[in-house]
Design a protein around this ligand. Structure first.
Ligand code: SF4
Length: 393
């Protein structure tokens, strides 16, 4: 495999040096990443990214059976790119009680979920006890259910509201049942861009410090990058560099999730949101540049399932999850379903030529699908385009 790829690449003079570097397992520099972003031959980049992926995970691609819960969309901030947040004065804000969340968890367990993925806005007044009560109540539903909750930005907000330090808040949440932090809130680290798309939001240093602290407490987390709005390619590479540096330091990131910008119902005038070419290229560069990350996710909600499936040949090795109830991307104009069946994810991975593997929150294998199809009735997720999301995404 490696010889074939490099022989192929050697004919492509503009990428020859990079191909040799990647084949030798050497780390890419920032100028290498910029070169990959600017090289016209997307398929060649995809082949290099596939080489790097297969070195990490072989021919497997993973998915998780999970359920999203947004506990509230009230938020003290008004990030310009956000279509999800509401103020208390708005008529369509919501806030779930812990009992309502328990019911959603019980519904999810009937679908076979192994994870609840829980985030919300920066709520103006909910006390820390709301979050610890939530975690304890959800663990009481099923102690094996993994709770992947809260962005680094929510953690900072909670620390401020509760007048506790970051380690104190994270320790309290961990003791209450928090298994993993989510990767949201990273956006783009470059501060002037951050000010343009998410004014007032926590800084890159604060985002990274929350993850660093969580990793030092023994926790794991994912991380993200929102791209395709007003940032430059250099801003993207700067973002990836900071994530790679922290991963060198802690090793606590389980995976990276590049998120293409969704342009609807918000206040950032982006004439040309990310194209399929740009999305695939960004996935591939992420795989090649983040050499200390094992997993790169093609987030089907943001990419659409068709492109997410193709991204499995451009450096991604994970399609994320069944989700069941997605609000954030759909409110921003994503035309993918609110959730997918496990059968749809397995089918998509198989069609991409990879071996489907169900994973848990920490990317540990739960089940490998070598032949049979999972029993997931097509009507098991309310409101989803279930029969075949490949036809609609
Ligand atoms: S992106 Fe998050 S922090 Fe920003 S307004 Fe939306 S919910 Fe609030």
């Amino acid at each position: 495999m490696e010889v074939v790829v490099v022989d192929f690449m050697l004919k492509k003079s503009e990428l020859r040096g990079l191909a040799e570097k990647i084949e030798a397992g050497q780390r890419l520099e920032t100028e290498d990443a910029l070169h990959l972003f600017r090289t016209p031959d997307l398929n060649a980049i995809g082949r290099l990214a596939t080489l790097a992926t297969e070195r990490k995970v072989g021919n497997q691609a993973t998915y998780i059976v999970n359920r999203y819960i947004n506990y509230s969309n009230y938020c003290i901030l008004s990030c310009q790119f956000c279509s999800f947040a509401r103020k208390k004065r708005d008529g369509d804000g919501f806030e779930l009680t812990v009992d309502e969340m328990v019911i959603k968890a019980q519904e999810g367990l009937k679908l076979g979920i192994t994870e609840l993925h829980i985030v919300g806005g920066l709520h103006p007044s909910l006390p820390l006890s709301y979050y610890t009560d939530m975690l304890r109540a959800l663990k009481a539903v099923d102690s094996k259910l993994q709770l992947k909750c809260f962005t680094a930005v929510e953690i900072y907000h909670l620390a401020r509201l509760s007048k506790k330090t970051m380690p104190e808040v994270l320790t309290t949440l961990k003791e209450a049942g928090l298994d993993s932090l989510t990767g949201g809130g990273a956006e783009i680290f470059q501060q002037d861009v951050r000010d343009t798309i998410a004014k007032g939001k926590e800084t890159a240093d604060e985002y990274l410090e929350a993850h660093r602290t969580w990793h030092q407490l023994g926790g794991r987390s994912t991380c993200t990058m929102l791209f395709g709005h007003v940032e430059t390619l250099e801003d993207r590479i700067n973002h990836l560099t900071q994530l790679r540096d922290l991963q060198d330091e802690t090793g606590g990131f389980t995976g990276f999730i590049p998120l293409p910008y969704q342009p609807e119902n918000n206040s950032i005038p982006v004439a040309h949101p990310p194209t399929g070419n740009d999305i695939l290229r960004t996935v591939a560069v992420s795989r090649l540049f983040l050499d200390n990350f094992d997993h790169i996710t093609a987030y089907w909600v943001g990419l659409g399932m068709k492109l997410a499936q193709v991204a499995l040949s451009y450096g991604a090795d994970d399609l994320h999850g069944t989700i069941v109830e997605e609000h954030i991307f759909n409110m921003a104009g994503a035309d993918s379903a609110n959730g997918l069946t496990e059968a749809s994810l397995v089918k998509a991975i198989r069609e991409a030529g990879r071996v489907p593997v169900q994973r848990n929150t920490f990317y540990e294998p739960v089940r490998e699908w070598t032949g049979e199809t999972p029993e997931a009735p097509d009507d098991s997720i309310p409101g989803s385009a279930l029969e075949d999301n490949l036809a609609t995404a």
